[in-house]
Design a protein around this ligand. Structure first.
Ligand code: GLP
Length: 260
């Protein structure tokens, strides 16, 4: 895992946006896995700005979002589809038929989950998966105890996640208890992963993910086994890493041709 520590949240967001820009420029028909949550909002704003400056063309890009709430129509203000429309899709030239989400209203959820996996495979697999991390170590909505080999399926949210995601819904009791999420195994199949985490509230989980054991108790720890995974964090999220100085040293000595 490459650990990139940036001084501020803004620097971390810029680094993540630069990595995505490089991916799309190197492969204009990239298949991107996208994430929601408050962390990537600034990255999406930077991608929109890059697009407006003529630096990024989304016309051949395909996207698969990690997860969606069960029971919410796509245009519900708290659905993840609506989140992505607001923060990215309505501002760039992406083709609507290349945007993919789990369908929270699917009548047959297991069949729909299989179809989501099949759609990813038909698109050629995910080139770059953008991730955030939940306070208890989830990626997508793979809560602690998720099988590290899991595929897209229905999951039940933990009380902590209900609390963390309550803002849009007006209280934890109003957050849907079920979601459809790509599995940990689905995420691990992406050719590259890019996890962005910022702020002191993420410092413990980041340390556990990077320097702790690989365990389903902290699903993001499986990324230690991913062959091409970058973790971009700010100083606050890096505060509990034992080897932070070493990670900084490695990054400072990174060959120019490897930079985004
Ligand atoms: C949600 C999403 C995750 C995201 C997490 C962290 O649970 N399903 O993909 O990583 O929130 O959210 P935040 O970035 O707001 O801390």
């Amino acid at each position: 895992m490459e650990i990139i520590i940036q001084p501020t949240v803004a620097d971390a967001q810029q680094e993540a946006a630069n990595i995505l820009r490089r991916q799309i420029r190197d492969k204009p028909a990239s298949v991107l896995g996208l994430a929601t949550g408050s962390t990537p909002i600034g990255v999406y704003a930077l991608l929109v700005a890059m697009h407006r400056r003529g630096e990024l063309d989304f016309s051949r890009v395909s996207t698969f979002n990690l997860d969606e709430y069960v029971g919410l129509p796509p245009d519900h203000p708290c659905s993840y589809r609506e989140f992505m429309r607001q923060h990215l899709f309505s501002h760039v030239n992406i083709a609507s038929d290349r945007i993919h989400f789990p369908n929270g209203l699917a009548a047959d959820i297991p069949a729909h989950c299989e179809e989501y996996e099949a759609a990813i495979a038909r698109a050629g697999g995910i080139d770059l998966q953008l991730l955030g991390i939940g306070r208890e170590g989830h990626i997508g909505f793979n809560e602690p105890s998720s099988s590290l080999a899991s595929r897209t399926r229905i999951k039940t949210l933990t009380p902590q996640t209900l609390k963390d995601n309550a803002d849009c819904f007006g209280g934890p009791d109003k957050v849907p208890h079920h979601v459809i999420t790509m599995g940990v195994g689905t995420i691990m199949d992406a050719r590259q992963c890019l996890l962005l985490a910022t702020g002191e509230a993420k410092a413990s989980v980041v340390a556990g993910m990077v320097e702790g054991p690989i365990t389903a108790d902290l699903p993001a720890s499986i990324l230690q086994l991913h062959p091409v995974c970058r973790l971009v964090i700010d100083e606050a999220a890096a505060a509990k890493l034992r080897r932070a100085d070493y990670y900084r040293w490695v990054y400072a000595n990174k060959p120019g041709w490897q930079r985004s």
